[in-house]
Design a protein around this ligand. Structure first.
Ligand code: C2E
Ligand code: MG
Ligand code: MG
Length: 779
């Protein structure tokens, strides 16, 4: 309903706006205008209805008054006629008068009539004799006795009589002496003045006149007698009623025309109309005021809300006051609640984007942001220290103890660092890498002591969920501005220091030195050279004999890569293999080594095998098995003569996948040896999980044999276990006869080392073989 009214008013409103040239843009103005117009329409309609009601009421009142007054008029006329008749009665019975009439004493009669006229206050008194002759009080009488005769004879005694052009009220009294001698007729003219006098006797201002029927003008003549009709008069609309009055004359049909001015009735209600108008105007003004207030109450909070939303979109924390009507308060509260919720969520997102979920520490991004700011402020007296911390063997710990344990370890390390260095920013930069940022370090502060604190803090036994573990960490430290003036360089310096610390072994801490930078640059150059060398095929394979103690002969050779560099001479694998591992070039390089080793070994006697080192990176690629199969097929070397040397590090990560792969390699018919045994973590468990063909005991154990101690027992344990598992054992780095003796005594099957021979180029292998009988003292 409301909607349809609004729609209906929309078009007129638009026209109105156009007409008054006002552009109503705001909601408040629209509501106010709409309600004012609505109110004006309603008020006008009410006033019109009330006005029409008043008009109808006035009309009916006029009608009633007219009807009532015509009765009153009749009564007044009747009463006047009675008065006239009464006055006439007295004279008609007067003896002197009758005598004068009987004697025809005209002067006496006229005198009596004049006296009666004056006494009765009528306009004329006349005697109508039986023959129709008239004796009148007035000299120039126009009374026609003959015209009255028939009516008078029939007993009519009241009625209107024509007097000249006018009509007069007449009352007749018979004159009996004792026989009827005539009639005494009293006349009172009904001219405008007389009628006005009569009208003055009625309650309402009603205009009355008596005219002959023939004189009624067109519209009046058409009216039925007694009917009330509205007609236009000189003073505006009027109600008119025409009624018949008895006549005392033949040929005279007098009509009483009564008119009642409607304006005069309406004038009585003028004050009522005025009051109604004033009430309407007051109502309109009050309504307009209320509409403006209401629209403000609605529109103002909306405007405030819009302003707050704009401010909020602009980044300010904008809230609105909770006040006003219930709905507005609820809207304001909801808006404020929304602002709070978005704020909280933003903070959460911000926190999540800058923090590590596991430890709750700042993440790398946050760390770098903070470092940027710290470096921008740093100076000789306000130094910045960045420490890169890397947990040693974290992957192995994770594998061995389980991921929940690893997570716990990371949390404890983070917490410990934070507690010990409350003024520093401790961040988790990656898997097992932490960063420590200390700014504003004064020149007097001893950074070495700080490094020592870090070392002791991170190299100790920790207990997590009741399980203890010896933890160690490598730490690289750089200090700005002495080491670097930008955050990037400072980070790089601490990274290089960490690299050095890692190379130094577990639990080491290293400060950045300019040489590290030089080393890094050397490494970069080497990497470039390495790529070129791989492309140009600059590598060579050297072969080192693998000697069987029991058979006292060389049973095979281990292929060891060499890089004859044009500038730096022969480069050993210890230098370039780590770079190749890091860059992934090892995959290409390893494939070449496999093919070339197979190709050369195929030229050797049938009972001589070849061992090829396989990097963990190579094992991770899917192409290893096909590559081996291809190398064997292309060279014609039987699979049983190829031995793959893998290190324990391949088990870090997905053990199941590695085992599956090793089984698939073994299924090709090749042998699998575990290289550098004893340098990694839980070595013995790997021995149980895969049927290695050979275990190569690391040089470090072998050397330790010369020093006595527990090494004997360890080597013995390994050989015994390997024996039990059906695996061969080979000791690496055997340089002396004495060592070989010990190894033989400890049950080792084979040896490799300078004692038997150093790695030699491929073409020299053949030369070593005929001298199988090379004397190696077994005693
Ligand atoms: P590895 O597989 O344990 O090889 C044995 C290393 O011990 C060789 O060093 C060898 O020269 C050295 N060696 C042998 N006997 C003695 C000895 O009596 N005394 C001493 N001091 N050292 C001895 P090399 O050739 O420098 O190789 C180092 C490592 O580089 C290898 O250790 C192997 O892990 C890796 N490597 C070599 N060639 C390749 C390759 O083609 N592919 C892969 N992935 N790694 C390779
Ligand atoms: Mg090896
Ligand atoms: Mg080895």
């Amino acid at each position: 309903m409301k909607r349809s009214i609004v729609q209906a008013l929309d078009q007129p409103l638009r026209r109105l706006r156009k007409a008054i040239g006002v552009r109503v843009r705001s909601l408040g103005s629209r509501i106010a205008l709409l309600y004012v117009v609505l109110l004006a329409v309603v008020t006008t309609a009410t006033l019109i209805a009330a006005g029409s009601g008043v008009n109808t009421f006035a009309y009916e009142t006029a009608e009633r008054e007219l009807a009532a007054n015509s009765r009153v008029f009749d009564q007044i006329i009747a009463s006047r006629q009675r008065q006239m008749a009464d006055a006439g009665e007295v004279v008609a019975h007067d003896f002197g008068f009758r005598e004068a009439l009987a004697t025809g004493d005209a002067p006496t009669l006229v005198s009596a009539l004049q006296s009666l006229r004056d006494r009765a206050k009528v306009s004329e008194v006349a005697i109508v004799q039986l023959d129709g002759s008239v004796i009148s009080s007035n000299m120039a009488t126009t009374v026609k006795g003959t015209a009255m005769l028939s009516r008078l004879e029939n007993g009519a005694n009241r009625g209107v009589i024509r007097v000249g052009q006018a009509q007069a009220l007449g009352a007749a009294v018979p004159i009996e002496m004792p026989d009827l001698a005539g009639w005494l007729v009293l006349l009172n003219t009904l001219g405008p003045a007389d009628m006005a006098q009569l009208s003055g006797l009625s309650a309402a201002p009603i205009e009355a006149r008596v005219i002959e029927r023939a004189q009624l003008d067109g519209h009046l003549a058409s009216l039925q007698l007694g009917q009330i009709a509205e007609m236009e008069g000189r003073d505006g609309p009027r109600l008119v009623r025409v009624s018949a009055i008895p006549s005392l004359e033949d040929g005279n049909e007098p009509r009483l025309v009564m008119a009642h001015s409607l304006n005069s009735v309406l004038a009585r209600y003028f004050s009522l109309r005025l009051v109604l108008m004033l009430i309407g105007l007051f109502g309109l003004l009050a309504g307009a005021w209320a509409a403006v207030r209401l629209s403000r109450e609605i529109a103002r909070p909306l405007q405030l809300l819009a302003e707050a939303a704009r401010a909020y979109a602009g980044g300010a924390v904008a809230k609105v006051k909770v006040e006003g009507a219930m709905e507005v308060r609820s809207l304001a509260s909801s808006f404020n609640a929304m602002v709070d919720a978005v704020e909280e969520r933003e903070q959460q997102i911000m926190h999540a984007s800058l923090h590590d979920a596991l430890t709750g520490l700042p993440n790398r991004r946050f760390f770098i942001e903070k470092l940027d700011r710290a470096v921008a402020r740093q100076s000789g007296s306000h130094r910045t220290l960045v420490a890169f911390i890397d947990l040693d063997d974290f992957k192995a710990i994770n594998d061995a103890m389980g991921h929940p344990f690893g997570d716990g370890l990371l949390r404890i390390v983070g917490q410990t660092l934070q507690e010990r260095f409350p003024n520093a920013m401790v961040a988790r930069l990656g898997g097992d890498e932490f960063g420590l940022l200390l700014e504003g370090i004064e020149p007097a502060t001893d950074c070495t002591a700080l490094a020592r604190t870090l070392e002791t803090l991170l190299n100790r036994e920790l207990t997590i969920d009741g399980r203890s573990i010896a933890v160690s960490a490598s730490i690289g430290i750089a200090i700005g501005p002495q080491d670097a003036g930008s955050s990037d360089s400072l980070l790089k310096c601490s990274d290089l220091a960490l690299l050095r610390a890692r190379n130094e072994g577990k639990g080491a801490c290293h400060f950045f030195e300019p040489e590290l930078d030089a080393e890094a640059s050397r490494r970069r150059h080497l990497e470039i050279d390495l790529r070129r060398a791989i492309r140009d095929g600059d590598f060579e394979l050297y072969f080192q004999p693998l000697f069987s103690i029991s058979e006292n002969r060389i049973k095979g050779f281990e292929a060891l890569m060499r890089w004859p560099h044009k500038e730096h001479g022969m480069i050993g694998p210890a230098t370039f293999i780590p770079i190749a591992e890091e860059t992934g070039l090892i995959v290409q390089l390893g494939e070449w080594a496999l093919r070339d080793a197979c190709r050369q070994a195929a030229q050797w006697p049938e009972d001589i095998s070849v061992a090829v080192n396989i990097s963990p990176r190579q094992l991770m690629t899917d192409g290893l098995a096909p590559c081996i199969a291809q190398a064997l097929a292309q060279s014609g070397l039987s699979a049983s003569r190829l031995e793959l040397e893998i290190t324990e590090s391949v088990f870090i990560g997905n053990v199941d996948k590695t085992l599956k792969l090793l089984h698939s390699l073994q299924a090709l018919g090749v042998r699998v040896a575990l290289d550098d045994f004893g340098t990694g973590y839980s070595s013995l468990s790997y021995l149980r999980s895969f049927p290695f063909n050979k275990i190569k005991i690391d040089q470090s154990f072998v050397r330790a044999l010369e020093e006595g101690g527990s090494a004997h027992a360890i080597v013995r344990a390994i050989t015994t276990l390997a024996d039990a598992l059906g695996m061969e054992t080979l000791a690496e780095g055997v340089e002396t006869q004495a060592l070989m003796d010990i190894l033989r005594h400890e049950g080792c099957d084979m040896i490799q080392g300078y004692l038997i021979g150093r790695p030699v180029p491929g073409e020299q292998v053949q030369r070593l073989l005929p001298s199988q009988q090379k004397t190696v003292s077994l005693s």
